[in-house]
Design a binder for this molecule. Structure first.
Ligand code: PLP
Length: 392
């Protein structure tokens, strides 16, 4: 074959989608499958948000919008961030995106090229590494360690910076670990970055509303000294149970905003108009559904952590955020976590993700999403217990 596709040969996967497909296929064959694999809230989008989209469609919002998103939505994002974190955000630096992943792509595409190094969390969201490799840049994993509460270590992160580093990706609260990086550590990181003005930062804060045990989120927007090189990623997918709507936002430095606007013009034109109106209703309407969802995740989190710690050979740290548990399964006798995950699905009917799907430092762990009912969680834990007792 003479045609070549090298950049696309380097694109990876998010294995959670493959596990979801396999789980769905097995369920289709009549198997009982308990799905703790995919990372999406098991709640419906609140009604007032759905109604806002319906109204927008009825009102004739059927056309293109500005590529950066409609102004009232960008203003609502700025007001929401100001209300929650006391930070000033210029609505003209807010970009409405078709999901959080698109910000990721734009930021990594902006800085990624052969010879460039991009730092990303490992274990971390698998798309970071996949997109870095797609651009030809060198992925440099920042180890995220259980003994450090699955938080970033400022010292370890800063030590990985070289003259070739172009972008540092951080994520707290984190997928897949549920780890939350303490404010003091973020302070230290930002202070250290002063010595590396050539490094841009992308802070993925998509789980910022899901925090437990009194944890508070420290947004990177709170540091004026890095705003000229900070890309903030957030969105509606997780907070408002809107994963399928494809709506996200990002905040960009002034010098980068127009470059990304051009990418939007070239690739997706705009997010569909009705969804943008739904986004306004989400931010400006009642937040009780978010609070209720967080409280329910908190209750399930306790059930998952207690249940996992009672399983033979399993040790699970208590996650402080997001809706994932990341148990250490290295004591189960299964030396490859992906094989264990696969056996749990095929033989016990429990869908979970192997830690190595999130990076090399994920070996020895599984990721469980507790965005499923308490009954499913209890039944899954019982099946895992039986399976592990029989297969050590
Ligand atoms: N960032 C992290 C850390 C995630 O876990 C996810 C989704 O799983 C995203 C971003 C992407 O969100 P979206 O569905 O809005 O593209």
């Amino acid at each position: 074959m003479l045609i070549t596709t090298a950049p696309f040969d380097r694109i990876g996967e998010e294995n959670a989608f493959a596990v979801l497909a396999r789980a769905t296929a097995l369920a289709g064959q009549g198997r009982s499958i308990l799905n703790l694999g995919i990372g999406q809230p098991d709640f419906r989008t609140p009604d007032h948000i759905v109604e806002a989209a319906v109204k927008a469609l009825r009102d004739g919002q059927h056309g293109y919008t500005p590529s950066v998103g409609i102004l009232p939505l960008r203003e609502a994002v700025a007001a929401d961030l100001n209300r929650r974190y006391g930070v000033e955000v210029d609505p003209d630096l807010v970009m409405i995106m078709p999901g959080g992943k698109v910000t990721m792509y734009a930021a990594i595409r902006l800085f990624g090229e052969p010879g460039a190094e991009i730092l990303y969390p490992d274990p971390g969201f698998p798309i970071y590494r996949s997109m870095i490799e797609h651009t030809g840049a060198t992925p440099v994993p920042v180890p995220i360690r259980e003994e450090n509460g699955f938080a970033f270590s400022a010292e370890e992160t800063l030590a990985l910076i070289t003259p070739k580093t172009r972008l540092l990706i951080i994520n707290s609260p984190a997928n897949p670990t549920g780890g939350v990086t303490p404010a003091a550590e973020i302070d230290k990181l930002v202070k250290g970055l002063a010595a590396h003005p050539h490094v841009a930062l992308m802070s993925d804060e998509i789980y910022d509303r899901f925090l437990f045990d009194g944890e508070e989120h420290r947004t990177l927007l709170a540091y004026p000294q890095i705003r000229d090189r900070l890309i903030l990623l957030n969105g509606w997918s997780k907070t408002y149970a809107m994963t399928g709507w494809r709506l996200g936002y990002s905040i960009w430095p002034k010098d980068l905003y127009d470059k990304v606007r051009k990418l939007a013009v070239n690739c997706w034109s705009c997010v569909n108009a009705a969804t943008q109106y739904a986004g306004i209703a989400a931010l400006e309407g009642p937040q009780d559904a978010v609070d209720a969802m967080t409280a329910e995740f908190d209750a399930r989190r306790r059930i998952v952590v207690d249940g996992l710690n009672a399983l033979p050979g399993v040790r699970c740290a208590t996650p402080k955020g997001a809706f994932y548990a990341f148990p250490n399964v290295s004591g189960t006798g299964w030396s490859e976590a992906k094989k264990l995950a696969s056996a749990l699905l095929e033989e016990a009917g429990v869908a979970v993700i192997g830690g190595p799907d999130f990076g090399v430092y994920g070996e020895g762990y599984l990721r469980l999403s507790y965005a499923t009912s308490r009954e499913n969680i209890a039944a899954a834990l019982a099946r895992m217990g039986d399976f592990l007792a029989a297969n050590r």
